[in-house]
Write a protein that binds this ligand. Structure first.
Ligand SMILES: *Cc1c(COP(=O)(O)O)cnc(C)c1O
Length: 539
């Protein structure tokens, strides 16, 4: 790419996962955003990030002595942020809220500008308190600060922008500010809407209907989210109730889903929305220097001993697990890694469905599993899933481990040091699944349902395994699907994964090489950014 003539992009996101010590992310969305900014830096691309400076970030989720997950929050202070000297004001509930703008470039990322309401000028300083915390009104206030405040911050910082990238619907209110600016310089509402669409691109993330946030229109009005526009105009964007994803689709010139299968799902999901932008697929990618162990890359590239290096990294993970939990795993036995948000469709406990099958394998230690993952703080069903995993840890103390408080650090350790990376969502509800990419590039073999990114990468039995044959919710009712996938998981695990691991090490190492070879560029942030520029940002 010729970087001098590239459009200048402002990337808006509610969360950023840039470093384990910077508590500004909850999960995959934030990790993707952090990697986007790091990739942009590596490639010297004209792109800045806009986000919020969270006081507490997301929950620290720990396990109590009864095996129950509970949430704790701490106030964090950071010394790695620069004060830009810029403040902007947004109106929330008819009160002026001042947002201080910080700049962060500490983690090998392009500039990230973070808005902060926790300053003495504000009576209401709770807005940037907890990432995804509390309820509807707070969320709307956060979205006003991110979207409307974000555009105002770019103006006050004097950063010229050609393309506004709304990463997820959280940022959709930014469009009200872009429209308002144009109306103030004399354009009609319709003209301003059209012109705004021309400069906005939008990424949709979740195939779970409830994950696509919506708000009562009257609540938006009360909070001040109309930003001078009328009720009828707002409803034309987001419908009634006002859906943030629908608004994103109607306020952009182009939209994308985060894997090819996800683009099919998203197009189906939003089929009936009139006046929406086209949804293409741009599969996520990861920032290799963040996620891939240099020893593994070296061994692979220089024909070194890949297995020996894998064992070194695996032993580091085993040491980390011992430190955290006291459990002692065996480096000579198969280690399955699994970490996902604890939500029912991810089926974290699927492997325990038939204990008569899995129990002997766990007791003999031939199968060891390390789990991690948080439940959403308000999700009791998710917390019950965590409790079940913890019960299994107590029952099989030498072969099942649950690591509390999943974060980037745990994510890094698990996707390097496991032998296989298991993923068994109900297809097609996993949008992308970047943890599998991290694993693949570390030579950790994916063993996964054909969902998210995996159908694009999987060469079954060559660079990893698929199970479940690509069946999904459209083919079978949930109960039948779960039954089918459980059987498929056991078949694959026992007859293919374990057989190869314990009886054909040479083939295993061949598969590791194949995994690294077939994913390292295809699922890198470089490839992803190339596509964002060529298919979304450049007109
Ligand atoms: C990579 C990563 C994710 C995203 O992975 P998924 O495959 O989408 O679950 C989430 N959280 C952390 C801490 C990660 O490192």
């Amino acid at each position: 790419m010729d970087n001098n003539n590239l459009p200048r992009v402002a990337y808006f996101c509610m969360e950023y996962g840039l470093h384990p010590d910077f508590k500004a992310y909850a999960g995959g969305l934030g990790i993707l955003a952090g990697d986007h900014l790091k990739g942009a830096k590596d490639l010297n691309l004209p792109l800045v990030g806009i986000g919020l400076k969270w006081k507490q970030g997301y929950t620290d989720q720990l396990i109590d002595e009864n095996g129950k997950a509970y949430d704790t929050y701490h106030n964090y202070e950071y010394d790695f942020m620069q004060d830009t000297g810029v403040k902007v004001t947004v109106k929330i509930r008819d009160i002026d809220v001042v947002c201080k703008v910080w700049k962060l470039e500490e983690f090998g990322n392009n500039p990230l500008y973070l808005l902060d309401t926790d300053i003495p000028e504000n009576g209401d300083n709770w807005i940037t308190g907890q990432l995804y915390g509390w309820f509807g009104e707070e969320r709307i206030a956060q979205e006003i600060v991110l979207g409307i405040g974000g555009v105002k911050a770019l103006r006050a910082l004097d950063i010229p922008i050609d393309v506004y990238h709304f990463n997820e619907g959280h940022a959709a209110l930014a469009a009200t500010e872009l429209i308002k600016e144009k109306m103030q310089s004399g354009f009609s509402f319709e003209e301003s809407w059209n012109k705004t669409c021309e400069e906005v691109v939008f990424t949709t993330h979740t195939p779970i209907v409830e994950g696509n946030e919506s708000h009562e229109v009257s609540k938006l009005e009360y909070m001040g989210a109309f930003n001078g526009l009328t009720r009828q105009q707002m409803i034309r964007f987001g419908g009634e109730p006002f859906n943030m994803t629908v608004a994103g689709l109607r306020l952009s010139r182009k939209a994308n889903a985060v894997a090819q299968l996800h683009s099919l799902t998203a197009n189906k999901m939003w089929k009936t929305i009139a006046g929406r932008s086209e949804i293409i697929g741009i599969t996520n990618g990861i920032h290799k220097p963040t996620w891939v162990d240099a020893r593994i890359t070296n061994a692979y590239e220089n024909n070194g001993d890949l297995w020996a290096n894998h064992i070194i990294v695996k032993k580091e993970l085993i040491g980390f697990i011992k430190e955290r939990t006291g459990a002692e795993l065996d480096a000579d036995k198969l280690l399955i890694g699994f970490s996902r948000r604890a939500a029912p469709y991810k089926r974290s406990d699927l492997i325990f469905t038939k204990e008569e099958i899995i129990s002997p394998l766990l007791k003999s230690g031939k199968v060891q599993i390390v789990f991690s993952g948080k439940a959403h703080p308000l999700d009791d069903i998710g917390k019950e899933i965590v409790a079940k995993l913890v019960r299994m840890m107590k029952k099989y103390p030498n072969s099942v481990v649950f690591l509390e408080n999943y974060d980037m650090n745990i994510g890094r350790m698990l996707t390097r040091g496991s032998d296989i990376w298991l993923n068994n969502p109900r297809r097609p509800l996993e949008a992308s699944g970047t943890s599998g990419m991290k694993a693949a590039m570390n030579g950790v073999l994916n063993c996964s349902i054909l969902d998210g990114w995996w159908p694009e990468a999987c060469n079954d039995g060559v660079n990893g395994w698929q199970f479940g044959d690509g069946l999904g919710l459209d083919d079978l009712p949930e109960v039948e699907l779960d039954k089918h996938d459980t059987q498929a998981l056991y078949d694959t695990l026992i007859n293919r994964v374990m057989a190869t691991y314990y009886e054909n090490r040479e083939k295993w190492v061949e598969m590791m090489k194949e995994s690294i070879k077939t994913t390292s560029y295809e699922f890198s942030v470089e490839r992803m950014l190339d596509e964002y520029y060529n298919k979304m940002y450049i007109k």
